[in-house]
Design a protein around this ligand. Structure first.
Ligand SMILES: [Zn+2]
Length: 483
């Protein structure tokens, strides 16, 4: 094999990365990479276990004389987000990624690189392959379907693990140690509506041009939610003119702040509606932050439709949209600047006589998530909707004292001469699930630097891999001297 990354350390990690980049591994389709991992373990006579979700656990014994050192669990996910540029022909279920080096970066041509989290897989393979001669016992857990709801980690049998400390390799910034994360859940509120024959003048109201972003990481960035802005406009408009909804849709993912929302309306007087909406739009534009300077509101008169929602159901939908609390609810008392509890009304969609409102709630505290469920149940009851809650995953609460974190920070300091930052994030990680299943496990999440993950612009910082590997080596050497 002709290697793409040449003359760089750690050569073994880059070789393993290139090797697995030839193996397709979309979420829920991890059979091929699991086959590869099992084969790898067999060839080296390593203990291994594969479950029916294609999670794979491989264990490597300690170096002779270090059997008394407690084992270390390394963990990362094998699946990758499959995004490509429209003009590229690439079948993620068959084709190898086309890697290329550009200066200090490794990229894939036209597609995601899958360094999230292929770099973890490559690092674990290098470790298991004996790249660091002196080491405690390793347990390497390769999980699946992380990108689609942390599914693999959810279903793994943790009875197979002996280690009391875990290094998750799914962070994207060298110099940042993640030591806590939020949990969350999704909620669907569904309004079954009645229709009546259309009357009045029809108009299309579109809200757009907003910044959007991740519903956890960016919920505190002052970015407006298009669905909530739509609610505010409709509620104000309903005071000025008789109004019926014909259709309503906004956003595309529960975990993204919606950038666009569109409604078709029947109104008794188009002129009044138009001027009222312009007024509110100006009001909103003046309130928005710099980030949302691109905000647009468009009103167009359109031709009549066949039917519209009943007056009662229109009122219900507007009440729900207006009264659903959204955004940041609580900030963390221990970690400055960290959001503790938030909610995002990510999606509104219409489907055969139903309007669905899809929320994502996040908190590191189970009690707050329970509270979110109650609140949405009450809102649903008051607006004549049904509520369904699902995809709940636990948070990982920040532990003030973590030996693993402290020793890693020390190793980082010794290698780089700099301090790493300890971070807690308002988004879900597999660490949260593993923390809930094995509460006494000491956990950190680390990794080399990558940019623009989940997009074809994804890039792995090659220098950062070298530094990361040195720090990891230093930490492992330290672990070998434990008494
Ligand atoms: Zn990841």
């Amino acid at each position: 094999m002709e290697w793409i990354v040449k003359g760089r350390e750690p050569a073994s990690v880059f070789r393993w990365f290139e090797t697995i980049s030839a193996i397709p591994r979309p979420s829920y389709k991890e059979e091929k990479i699991a086959d590869f991992l099992v084969q790898f373990a067999k060839e080296r006579n390593l203990w291994h276990y594969r479950d029916d979700r294609n999670n794979v656990l491989i264990k490597s014994p300690a170096t002779k004389g270090l059997e008394h050192i407690p084992p270390v669990l390394f963990q990362g996910h094998t699946d990758m987000v499959c995004e490509k540029n429209a003009e590229i022909a690439h079948d993620f279920e068959r084709d190898p990624l086309k890697l290329r080096v550009e200066g200090n970066f490794l990229r894939a041509t036209g597609t995601t690189l899958g360094a999230d989290d292929g770099i973890a897989v490559a690092i674990m393979l290098a470790l298991l392959d004996g790249e660091i001669p002196e080491h405690p016992a390793y347990e390497c857990l390769f999980t699946t379907a992380e990108e689609v709801g942390l599914d693999g980690a959810q279903s793994f049998d943790y009875g197979k693990i002996n280690a009391g400390r875990m290094i998750n390799l799914d962070s994207e910034e060298l110099g940042v140690v993640t030591a806590g994360c939020a949990g969350g859940l999704r909620s669907d509120l569904t309004l079954e509506y009645k229709t009546e024959p259309f009357a009045g003048e029809a108009l299309r109201l579109s809200v757009g041009g907003l910044m959007g972003g991740h519903s956890g990481e960016n919920i505190n960035s002052g970015r407006a939610n298009a669905n909530k802005l739509m609610g505010r406009m409709l509620a104000a408009l309903a005071e000025k003119t008789d109004l019926r909804l014909i259709s309503l849709s906004g956003g595309s993912k529960d975990n993204a702040i919606p950038r666009e929302c569109e409604a078709l309306l029947a109104v008794s007087d188009f002129e009044i509606a138009d001027s009222c909406l312009s007024e509110i739009a100006a009001e909103i534009a003046a309130e928005l932050s710099e980030a949302d300077r691109g905000f647009t509101m468009k009103v167009e008169q359109v031709s009549a439709c066949d039917e519209m929602l009943s007056g009662e159901d229109t009122r219900r939908a507007i009440a729900l949209l207006t009264c659903a609390a959204n955004g940041v609810f609580e900030m963390c008392k221990n970690v400055p600047g960290l959001v503790e509890f938030s909610r995002n009304l990510g999606v509104i969609r219409q489907d055969g006589g139903k309007l669905e409102f899809i929320f994502s709630s996040r908190s590191a505290r189970e009690g707050q998530l329970d509270g979110s469920v109650r609140e949405l149940n009450l809102l649903a009851a008051m607006t004549g909707c049904t509520a369904k809650h699902y995809a709940r995953y636990p948070g990982w609460e920040y532990a003030k004292h973590s030996e693993l974190c402290e020793t890693y920070l020390e190793a980082y300091r010794e290698v780089t001469g700099r301090e790493a930052t300890v971070n807690v994030i308002h988004a879900g990680l597999e660490c949260g699930i593993i923390h809930a299943k094995v509460p006494e496990m000491d956990i950190i999440s680390i990794g080399p630097t990558m940019y623009d993950i989940h997009s074809p612009a994804e890039a792995l910082d090659l220098d950062s891999v070298e530094v990361f590997w040195k720090v990891l080596k230093k930490w492992i050497a330290g672990a070998c001297r434990e008494v």
